[in-house]
Ligand binder design. Structure first.
Ligand SMILES: [Zn+2]
Length: 97
């Protein structure tokens, strides 16, 4: 496993975590995000007090079905394509999905 990058080592915060994180899977009440800098996988859930709770995942845990459904197109491991809801990729992604 890669050593975590600085933002991962200090821990993701808020709703987006940090700039290097991309949504990778959507699960039941949780999101799995992966850091494009250090490949760390994170699980984001909602804490009882309404804030976001972040937990780093092992590779095995990140690959498990319990983490949810992979989000296209990031499941294809292409870093050049943005998230489906981030603008210019939307139309193409929606057709291909
Ligand atoms: Zn990182």
């Amino acid at each position: 496993m890669h050593p975590p990058c600085l933002p991962c080592a200090s821990g993701p915060k808020g709703s987006a975590g940090h700039d290097g994180l991309n949504v990778h899977k959507i699960g039941d009440g949780r999101l799995m995000l992966r850091c494009r800098a250090c490949q760390s996988s994170w699980c984001r859930t909602l804490a009882k007090n309404g804030s976001f709770a972040w937990a780093m995942l092992t590779k095995r845990r990140a690959a498990s079905a319990e983490m949810g459904i992979p989000v296209p197109p990031l499941s294809l491991a292409s870093e050049r394509r943005g998230l489906p809801w981030r603008g210019e990729n939307f139309a193409r992604t929606a057709r291909g999905a």
